[in-house]
Design a protein around this ligand. Structure first.
Ligand code: UDP
Length: 290
């Protein structure tokens, strides 16, 4: 197995544990260039892209290129193999249909700041389906909804790393806007199981992978404070531009065609993630703010 990463948004040392295992190779490489993997793979998972809004807003052109050229190169690598594209709930934009089914075409601002991610992933889906239809590529598209868990970069700007870091260090939790906007949080192990199920199937997708348990951002902040026993307060900061108001997957299709559903409830997943962040804070390996 080969992992290809340019580590531009990675947590330092994220692959150290795996890198020592036999049969596992790490290739430091940017997927916007052709991917030099010598052995023909059985499966290619294309997950390469900044995924946090802060990261992709900092690297707008690079994000578009990862979705466009990166997908082209990953598909080329997958010639004769199964190809799984990690797409996103962001293809639905600020959705006008709720919960979101795969048949919904979305409500994306094509020139807004988030478009660098949304449109890159929409293009990646279009390219994947074009390769399937015109070249017979064996492809599957997953639309991943807010995944979280141990190993996230504390400063990546996303809600869960931000809230946990803030709660554990006694800083106020920064809730954007009113906090009434919603997200549906899927624990990383569940998302990985879903991707593996899609890889093992012949289904084209797109198929939603997410946990349909929808919560408001304010509710999640309060939950994190209670879970960590923190004395942190909540402060409201400016809402993000074009921030989706509601997001929740309909996973009927994933249940039917993949036999997949999430199994880790938010309470359990956040507990495991909080424990991981707490250990990281106490050992200061991640350079947490004091
Ligand atoms: N958010 C927040 N405070 C933060 C970071 C994020 O209130 O410190 C909000 C953000 O505005 C959005 C939600 O949390 O409404 C989820 O944001 P995230 O960046 O995790 O991912 P997104 O779902 O927007 O891609």
């Amino acid at each position: 197995m080969t992992a290809v990463d340019n580590f531009v948004t990675a947590l330092p040392g994220a692959l150290d544990e795996l890198a020592g295992r036999s049969g596992f190779t790490v290739l430091e490489h940017d997927v916007t260039e052709p991917i030099p993997v010598a052995d023909a793979p059985d499966v290619v998972f294309h997950l390469a892209s900044p995924a946090s809004p802060r990261d992709y807003l900092d690297r707008p052109v690079e994000t578009l290129r990862a979705g466009a050229l990166g997908t082209e190169h990953a598909l080329a690598l997958a010639a004769g193999a199964r190809f799984v594209l990690a797409s996103t709930s962001e293809v639905y934009g600020d959705p006008l249909e709720h919960p979101q089914r795969e048949t919904y075409w979305g409500n994306v601002n094509p020139i807004g700041p988030r478009s660098v991610y949304d449109e890159a992933k929409r293009y990646a889906e279009a390219l994947t389906f074009a390769m399937r239809r015109s070249r017979g590529a064996n492809t599957g598209v997953a639309r991943i909804f807010n995944t979280y868990g141990p190993g996230m970069r504390p400063g990546d700007g996303r809600m869960i790393p931000a809230f946990l870091t803030q709660a554990l260090s006694g800083q106020p939790l920064t809730v954007a806007g009113t906090g009434a906007q919603t997200r549906s949080l899927c624990y990383v192990d569940d998302t990985v199981r879903g991707l593996l199920a899609l890889a093992s199937s012949a289904h084209s997708g797109p198929v939603n992978l997410g946990n349909p348990h929808e919560m408001s951002v304010r509710e999640i902040a309060e939950y994190v404070i209670a879970l960590t026993g923190s004395r942190s307060s909540i402060v409201h900061v400016a809402a993000a531009v074009d921030d989706p108001h509601r997001r929740c997957p309909d996973i009927t299709l994933a249940r039917r065609v993949l036999g997949w559903a999430p199994t880790v409830a938010a309470g359990e997943g956040l507990r495991r993630t909080a424990d991981w962040f707490a250990a990281a804070v106490s050992s200061d390996v991640l350079g947490f703010p004091a």
